[in-house]
Write a protein that binds this ligand. Sequence first.
Ligand SMILES: [Zn+2]
Length: 311
Amino acid sequence: MSTAFYSHAECRLHDMGTGHPECPQRLDAISDHLRATGLDMALDFRDAPEATLEQIERAHSAGYVLQLRETMQQVSEAGRPRALDPDTIVGPGTWQAALRAAGAAVAATEAVLGGHAENAFCAVRPPGHHATRDETMGFCFFNNVAIAARHALDVHGLARVAIIDFDVHHGNGTEDIVAGDERILMCSFFQHPLYPYSGAVPKGTNMVNVPIPPYTRGAELRETIDAMWMPALEAFRPQMIFVSAGFDAHREDELGQLGLVEADYEWMTTRLMGVADRHAQGRIVSCLEGGYSLSALARSVAAHLRVLAGV
Ligand SMILES: [Zn+2]
């Protein structure tokens, strides 16, 4: 049994323009670093399939998916990008990339639940955790993690899954989709105040939202996680863990002002694996969200993967 690494060349086709931090080079930085360090040898590389609309509609309304598909097809035919908001731009390759990103999360869930992988990481873009049930937002179109979590619950009949979000930004889209769904426990921390300026007041009793002041460092954050996330996770006993793995809380990342380093991502991953081993037969599916300093992103993903793969 191994750690599966899902990605697809089409995830690079989504391009929001020169200078946009959520760029195709993020995936190159990760794969280059994995090869340079030899960590690629410990991973099972797999091509992500396209998600079906039925899978996507477990987290999004059918009307939203239809409208987004029409917009993306128009952009694709016109060959010119279109900004849906100042941060979120549709280009000719966006639809394909978005289908592969959501498809990776679903396929990873299938593989882990089917016993074909011990755990899995999806190196995909566009990211997903700001996409609400009915709205694109903050570089996100489809909420990959929410789609995968609902797949595990609705298709495989799991009763309880956890979603962990350690991106520096609040996962408002995921909260919008899963708040009130008592089959899901969502634990997150996020810098506050920071985009999207939400999360301080949780939207449901199944949310553990932990706002963190700017300039907080790893040691302090670890204490907070042990105090806030761990008791909730142990009591909930998730049968599977999904991770919105954003690496923009790294101290080298310019989109946030938190002070995490690679060792903190290693520590968090170890904590989550402990919960997964105790309650979920080790089942973890982790999906890339943010992380915009290319070097810090690649090093942090490697730290996360070394723990997942046990090397
Ligand atoms: Zn982020």
